[in-house]
Design a binder for this molecule. Structure first.
Ligand SMILES: [Zn+2]
Ligand SMILES: [Zn+2]
Length: 95
């Protein structure tokens, strides 16, 4: 498990999400939240938005071509990931 230092949350687990989830958290624009299965080793698996999910369905689940071109993976700290998941699945992490 790799770590990342977040300006807000300090040293945290490094997590990986598509650019739309990371940007949406900053701009508070809800884009949906899809993720691979959680495992005991990683409770914060890689995640992507609804639009990326549509594109990866079109490639039968492979991150290739259009799906990969729009993904642009960003690193989020574990605490930011938790907030992004709450926000993009429809709740308000700031309330
Ligand atoms: Zn996306
Ligand atoms: Zn953070």
């Amino acid at each position: 498990m790799s770590e990342v230092r977040c300006a807000t949350h300090g040293l945290q687990q490094a997590t990986f999400v598509c650019q739309h989830i990371a940007d949406g958290l900053l701009t508070r624009n809800r884009v949906g939240f899809f993720w691979t299965d959680e495992t005991p080793e990683n409770p914060r698996p890689d995640a992507w938005c609804s639009a990326c999910n549509d594109r990866v369905q079109a490639t039968n689940g492979d991150w290739i071509g259009e799906a990969l071109a729009h993904l642009e993976v960003k690193t989020l700290c574990g605490a930011c990931y938790d907030m992004a998941k709450v926000f993009h699945t429809g709740d308000n992490p700031w309330s």
